[in-house]
Design a protein around this ligand. Sequence first.
Ligand code: LLP
Length: 428
Amino acid sequence: VSRLQRDSSGGLTLQGVPLEALVERAPRGTPFYVYDLDSMTDEVDAMRAAFGAEPHLVAYAVKANSAGPILRALASRGAGADVVSGAELELAVAAGVVPGQIVYSGVAKLDDELDRALSIGWDGILALQAESIEELPRIAARARAVGRRGRVSLRLNPDIEADTHSYIATGHDEAKFGIPIEDLGDAIRLAGSHPEIELVGLGSHIGSQLTTTERYAEAAETIVRRWLEVHADLSSRGGGLRLVDFGGGFGIDYGAGCDARPADFVVALRERSRALPPDVLRVVEPGRSVVASHGLLVTRVVMQKRTLARAEQRRWVMVDAGMNDLLRPALYGASHRIDLVRSSSAPRSAARVVGPVCESSDDFGSYDLPEQLDLLAIRDAGAYGFTMASEYNGRPLPCELFLRGGAVAEILVPRSAAQWVADRLRSR
Ligand code: LLP
């Protein structure tokens, strides 16, 4: 259930806290992100419950939202992490994620990143996800250098076209991700030839914002079939695999609908993996579905303008949040619902909501809005919002407020515009 509601006086509230009151609490006013930490931990609980008694790991994809308060909250509910850089790895561990519950993906991991993943904690992370055959000798060399054995899971590309935006579909044969299934035999042989590599599993991730479970289930079935073959082969030689990583990609409802709930993906993968031995660790890597619906970007209308375009009246609403704060509309043509922070009964008309950045793509889309406007809340901005934000046009990154139990629990404040100016001038 969403904790975003409208109170009796028409004010939008999150966890019962009026957003208007939060504007006062935000260190730099608007624009700012506000997150509902309790609903995020509920998401993890629901996904974990869907696994029932099966050994599982919800490895939260840190790239969706890397804020410390979120990572700490999720780790406290037993979530692990899926990281894609050395910095994300350091951050996850510093926030309390157990290294043995971290998987590391990425097509071009650097030597020092591999070294850190191999040596962090007592015994390194749960698994480095190798995305190519070529990566295996590199991992072996780094493992030798740091004096550890590297646990490796092979990320396979199952050649399944996910029904989503092409920029975030990853499981088809033209994506740069993963090892083609045809090369699996070679990859297993190569891994086996390096004593520094301990092959622990297979995985796949076919894409993001999946709104049905069909393709995900198909991929799960493919991976499980291969897993059983490889496991049987290794077992006959005294080895064996111990995890399967089904990837993330569970979609959310941005307003256009999403039939599948995160738990449905877990149910789908469980149905396709009944043949797995019971003690095998089932890993999922959800990012968006944990955080997206539980974050808002609050922005203020700076001014409005009217133009005549091809004999058509056009109304522009210029807000103080831009593509540098929330890139998804500009990058993917994504559309986010926008709510009035204070409801209004004034007559509405169509308006294009745009940001202040000097790019035509700095455009959130067309909305029906009252003539008089002040504060707006851009919804479902908890995932890939702040993490993809930039300081383009000399605009500071937005502040982030974190709500827990109906109160502001924490606030993150990035460097100011004045600090940006100083940093752009100072050379070493
Ligand atoms: N695992 C791997 C290997 C991934 O590449 C990703 C996302 C995930 C897990 C998490 O996927 P999720 O559960 O969040 O869908 N910036 C885009 C989304 C990019 C997704 C990249 N990979 C957006 O704003 O829609």
